[in-house]
Write a protein that binds this ligand. Sequence first.
Ligand SMILES: [Zn+2]
Length: 242
Amino acid sequence: MFHRRTIRSIYLIWVIYLKMFVKIIIVISLILGATCNDTKAEGDPEVVDRPILITPHRIDLIREYSSIHYGGVIENIIPGAIVVHWTASNSCESTYDYFYPEETRDEEMRSCGKLNVASHYLVDRDGTIYQLTPDNLLNRHAIGLNWCAIGIENVGGVNDKEDLTDEQLAANEIIIRHLIKKYPTIKYVFGHYQQEYAKTVGIWRENIPDYFAEKPDPGPVFMSKVYFAIRDLPIVGFPVSY
Ligand SMILES: [Zn+2]
């Protein structure tokens, strides 16, 4: 009897240790899994993730916008171009707040789709880079080009003054180099004000006749500096004076 109880005790202790061992293995697996699922790769730039509101409603609005302007449903873009902007505002916070809601409050814009404006990246005056949406989400930042273009907004340009900073230039170079490396499909880099030239290379798509707005951003001075900074990259730039 004593012998059988001893064997049973040893068996129970062994089961307890086995359960503990299994739990430890599960915890280690979860920790390793979380680490491995981090999409940041070595060499990726310092980017602050600061997502705007993205619920299934924004996806519906993206579908509505692409149906109106491109004649088909596009949610995710295949990046083919990078469009550089300025915000015409000196406040990163107010720009973020403006982009945050899913629906635009602008009545004129709503008549051509209720999707709010937003860009993928927002660069503050000190060069801090914020990522607002995934690279491949269609955003409303450049008429005729949203179906393929990643947008970079730079805080500044109030009253069309070409005042973007050296820190912003460095940040734009970092983002552009990162994106060109990540998406070999990207062929064009240009400023919003050069949008007319985009029509000449065949990447302009717009279903609504005369749906167009002239833009001054981010100005030829800044784009000259951007092109010089990335002159070794295999991209097509547009004439800065265009
Ligand atoms: Zn713009």
